[in-house]
Every structure is written in structure tokens, then in C-alpha cells.
Design a protein around this ligand. Structure first.
Ligand SMILES: N[C@@H](CCC(=O)N[C@@H](CS)C(=O)NCC(=O)O)C(=O)O
Length: 307
């Protein structure tokens, strides 16, 4: 029970697919808690201090936020399983950062434009409030579909004739974190406009996608959101070690408000437990779940000090 991995996610989410594949990579057994695709997300936010995005990994009363951080946690907890990280590859870190900030949003814009007439008004309003230009105006995304498709076709060519021309996977023969972190954008594109990848113009990409998907999702069981909250309430956050803080960083005990730099308007609040160059660790007392530790990466998040 103490070691149970609880993954809060939803099936259609690309970032959640990235995590499901990483669980498969580590050949893990996990509890799946399906969460809503849009607000209200009371049962999720009861565990996250207000953070709304998915995926979230829960281990008892420890809540891990963001797929990049969750990858680190899985690697640390299961060092004997196939490694997610090979030799450091800052060039691939940059590629993934481009995929997160550019490729992903082009795919989102295509999806919203293509489904503008079918998506429920409540969903479009929820996404429009999330502060990303690509989601603000479904009609505009619809009118700009031809441009978005042309942009994506160019991106796919770069990948097909660039990184995907160099080996079976991005690191060579072994599938790694960087593959999953690029793949999830293309998985979403493949669901939205398969013809962009699968008309014979990007054969390496299509083959690489089959190889990455073959990792599978590990062993999934379903759990209710309510049960996940009870598990957190009955647990205590575990001790952890963090590295050295950076110059000028706040000291433990400081109250912080943290916001995702992109695509997040909701903030999470908490009291700093530890901070280092890569990660932030906060304590938050949840009215529903008691004392929790929230762990998240620094990259992609900004904090402000609270009085
Ligand atoms: N950087 C975050 C991005 C997470 C993200 O944007 N997730 C999307 C789903 S793919 C989301 O939560 N969207 C808002 C929502 O579903 O309410 C991560 O890697 O976990």
C-alpha cells in the first residue's frame, strides 16, 4: 500500500500518455484515477494545492507534479528497472523543450480548429480561460487550419530528416525519456490528423512511433478519486533529500504561490520544505487529505513569496 503508485490522468491527454508509457518502460503496476478534462476538478485540487493540470503522480501523501518531474521520481524509485535516462543529451533536452512549447501547441491548435463545431461550449470556454493563444478562439483556429497544417508539415519534415534519421530511437538503440517526451505530441497529432504522418511522407516517424508505442503501459488498475484522497489522508509525506539551493532562494518555512509558466492560471500554495536547482518541495495542509508534500520541477514554473 505504501509503495502504491497512483496516477491521476485522463485517457485522451498527451502528457498522460507520456507518463503511461514511462510506467510501461519501468514495467510497473499502477493505480489509475481518472480525472475530468476540465474544471471543476475538486478531487484533484484537494491533493495538489490548486494545480489543475495532469498527469499527477501520488505516492501516499507525496504528490508529484509535471511529467518531467515524474520521470525523475520513477527513475529514482526504480533504479533497477530499465533506465529512462541514458547519457546526458542537452541537445535532446532542447528538442523536448521545443516540442513542449511549439510543436504541442501547433497540434492543439489543429485539434481545436478541426473540432471547433463539435467540441462542447463548456470545454472551449474552459480552455479559452487557460491563457494560451492557441486555445483562446476556436473559430480563429478553424479559419487558420490551412496555415497550421502547413506549419506542422514542416515540423514533421524536420523531425523525419533530422533526429529520426539517426537511429532506432533518439539515443540510438534504447528507447528513453526523450522519445516519450517527443512522441506524446505526435500521438495526439496522429489521433487528430493521421494523414499528416501516415501517407508515406514520414515513414521513419511512423515506424519510430510503432516502436515507442510497443513499450506499453505496464499494469493498470482502476481506483476512485475518493479512495486516492483517503489514501493520502492515512499516509504521511516521506522523508526526501534535495540538493543545494541557488543563491537568493527562499528559505524553508517561506510561504509560496506557484504558477505554471505556460497554460496555467491556477496557482498552488504551500510552505517551502526544500528547494534546489531542479525542484521545489512544499508542504500543504489539504482540508480533505491532511498534510501533503507537493513536489515539482523548477523548469516551467514560477513562484512568488506570500506574506
Ligand atoms: N508540463 C506539464 C503539462 C501538463 C499539461 O498541460 N497537461 C494538459 C493535458 S495534456 C492539461 O492538464 N490540460 C488542462 C486540463 O486538462 O485541465 C507536464 O509535463 O505534466
Amino acid at each position: 500500500m505504501k509503495d502504491m503508485l497512483i496516477v491521476h490522468h485522463y485517457d485522451a491527454s498527451p502528457y498522460c500518455e507520456k507518463i503511461r508509457l514511462m510506467l510501461g518502460h519501468k514495467q510497473l503496476e499502477w493505480q489509475s484515477v481518472l480525472q475530468p478534462m476540465m474544471l471543476p476538478k475538486d478531487e484533484l485540487q484537494a491533493l495538489t494545492g490548486g494545480y489543475r493540470r495532469l498527469p499527477v503522480l501520488q505516492c501516499g501523501a507525496d504528490i508529484h507534479i509535471d511529467s518531467a518531474w515524474i520521470a525523475r521520481v520513477l527513475e529514482q524509485r526504480y533504479p533497477d528497472r530499465p533506465s529512462l535516462f541514458g547519457a546526458p543529451r542537452p541537445d535532446l533536452d532542447l528538442l523536448v523543450s521545443w516540442a513542449d512549447s511549439v510543436l504541442f501547441w501547433a497540434v492543439v491548435k489543429l485539434s481545436i480548429g478541426q473540432h471547433a463545431d463539435q467540441l462542447p461550449a463548456a470545454f472551449l470556454a474552459d480552455r479559452a480561460a487557460m491563457a494560451k493563444e492557441e486555445m483562446r478562439d476556436a473559430r480563429q483556429a478553424q479559419q487558420e487550419l490551412l496555415s497550421t497544417r502547413a506549419t506542422l508539415a514542416r515540423y514533421l519534415d524536420w523531425l523525419e530528416h533530422g533526429v529520426l534519421a539517426q537511429g532506432r530511437f533518439l539515443h540510438g538503440d534504447a528507447v528513453r525519456y526523450h522519445d516519450y517526451a517527443l512522441y506524446h505530441c505526435l500521438w495526439f497529432l496522429d489521433k487528430t490528423a493521421p494523414e499528416l504522418i501516415r501517407t508515406g511522407t514520414h515513414p521513419r516517424m511512423a515506424d519510430w512511433m510503432e516502436r515507442v508505442a510497443a513499450t506499453g503501459h505496464g499494469t493498470r488498475h482502476e481506483l476512485g478519486a475518493h479512495d486516492a484522497i483517503s489514501i493520502a489522508r492515512d499516509a504521511e509525506p516521506r522523508p526526501f533529500t534535495a540538493g543545494a539551493a541557488m543563491g537568493g532562494d527562499p528559505v524553508p518555512g517561506t510561504h509560496l504561490s506557484v504558477r505554471a509558466d505556460s497554460n496555467g492560471v491556477e496557482t498552488l500554495q504551500g510552505t517551502l520544505l526544500a528547494i534546489d536547482a531542479d525542484s521545489l518541495h512544499l508542504e500543504w495542509i489539504s482540508p480533505a487529505a491532511g498534510k501533503l508534500a507537493l513536489h515539482l520541477p523548477r523548469l516551467g514554473y514560477s513562484f512568488t513569496l506570500q506574506a
